[in-house]
Design a protein around this ligand. Structure first.
Ligand code: NAD
Ligand code: MG
Length: 387
């Protein structure tokens, strides 16, 4: 029986993963080793009982008594705190889902790779902050990373059976987010509620705001470069309001392979769960006649400075991705708190990258977890001082 773990089981991606595990037979099909959460004890315990998990871990240490009580008599071990999370992520599995949000997801993913696991990677911060470290760790331990971000799953699928050397370009589609039809002059006044009205995907608050600002797409451009090992100039972004094409791969004979599907993360999660086979998935089927038309337009860099910043980050590489991600998180927190405006986020990130470069080398290679987390802390501190 396949041994699996889910890191970040109670989040949006974690819930969809749990749904698919249950859909594919639950504990009859999978031996669940570890399920982890931040602090949602009740939901974690319910999942652990349903899958007979070996261990359930809350990242927050103070949750331990409640988790123990919730798991009493279940046979699942209760644990909490950073050391327990690392121990659980180090237990050998065949497949692990990396679905913790933020840079906190980096270490559990690395630990799973060190055990040779196949890592289904939803946590985009891992590749943005530490792409070379993730790939080197996978290679050193004969482990595999399968992308779960929908665009990267789409690219991965469009590359199946192809030679990466024949790839001319990779085109990421972007919905344009909630504010895509606002006049540029009004964007500075956009409030949180405006940025949250995402046209196509139902996601958490943070990633929805990141969609409106295209910081999410900027992260995905960096992810693409790191994961598929192509040059930054080969990664393009196009606004595709219908969000039905998730990404396209253009080959040097002029062919473009597009991946289409419903806007449901269970497709990408299910693909990674069943790879290298395809299994039936409970996602909506596209009715192309009803959809009628797919439209595209070039992104305006004045509206989306995050896309320009991604290019600068890729040019430096090294620890610049870690600094970029951390500064973006602080800027997002400040926007959500109402402390800065929508268009101030990119300015804060840019100012932070400038400041960081006076204190540390952004170009230093991201070779250890400590380097990456050190840069993350520095960039957070400077971003917080900035605004
Ligand atoms: P989420 O906020 O819904 O869930 C995050 C999970 O991580 C929860 O289980 C939470 O309890 C746990 N967690 C939070 N902070 C933690 C910490 N410090 N330590 C340990 N655990 C912690 O997030 P999500 O939307 O499921 O996204 C997860 C990851 O997948 C993110 O990196 C996101 O960018 C990426 N992603 C999400 C989507 C989507 O549709 N939601 C799509 C593509 C990629
Ligand atoms: Mg995505």
């Amino acid at each position: 029986m396949r041994r699996i773990s889910v890191f970040g089981a109670t989040g949006s991606i974690g819930e969809s993963t749990f749904d698919l595990l249950m859909h594919q037979g639950g504990l009859k099909s999978f031996h669940t080793v570890a399920l982890t959460a931040g602090r949602n004890v009740a939901r974690l315990a319910t999942m652990a009982r349903a899958l007979h998990a070996e261990v359930a871990v809350c990242a927050d240490e103070t949750c331990l008594p409640a988790l123990r009580a919730a798991l009493a008599g279940s046979g699942t071990e209760a644990a909490a705190g950073p050391a327990a999370l690392a121990e659980a992520a180090s237990r050998p599995v065949d497949w692990a889902m990396s679905a913790i949000v933020g840079v906190a997801g980096l270490q559990p993913g690395l630990l799973a790779l060190q055990q040779g696991a196949t890592l289904a990677l939803a946590n985009k911060e891992s590749l943005v902050a530490a792409g070379p470290l993730m790939l080197a760790t996978a290679a050193a331990h004969h482990a595999r990373i399968l992308p779960v971000d929908s665009e990267h799953s789409a690219i991965f699928q469009a590359l199946t059976g192809e030679d990466i050397a024949a790839v001319e370009r990779i085109i990421l589609t972007a919905s344009g987010g909630a504010l895509r039809d606002w006049p540029l002059s009004r964007l500075a006044q956009a409030m949180l509620a405006d940025a949250l009205a995402h046209p196509n995907w139902s996601m958490g608050q943070r990633i929805t705001v990141d969609s409106a600002s295209m910081f999410n797409k900027a992260m995905e451009v960096i992810e693409t470069r790191e994961f598929f090992g192509i040059e930054p100039a080969q990664v393009e972004v196009i606004i595709h309001p219908e969000s039905l094409i998730h990404a396209m791969v253009g080959y040097h004979d002029g062919a473009v392979m597009a991946h289409l599907g419903a806007t449901d993360m269970r497709h990408a999660i299910g693909y990674a769960l069943n790879w290298p086979t395809r299994q039936p998935l409970p996602v909506a089927r596209l009715d192309l006649a009803a959809i009628g038309a797919l439209t595209f337009r070039a992104p305006d860099l004045a509206r989306y400075p995050a896309l320009r910043l991604a290019r600068e980050v890729m040019a430096v590489r090294g620890l610049a991705g870690a600094a970029f991600n951390a500064a973006k998180e602080v800027a997002l927190d400040k926007f959500i708190a109402g402390a800065i405006g929508f268009m101030d986020m990119a300015g804060l990130v840019e100012a932070t990258l400038d400041k960081v470069s006076t204190e540390a080398s952004l170009a230093k290679a991201a070779t250890t977890l400590e380097d990456v987390l050190g840069m993350d802390q520095l960039a957070r501190r400077l971003a917080n001082q900035a605004g």
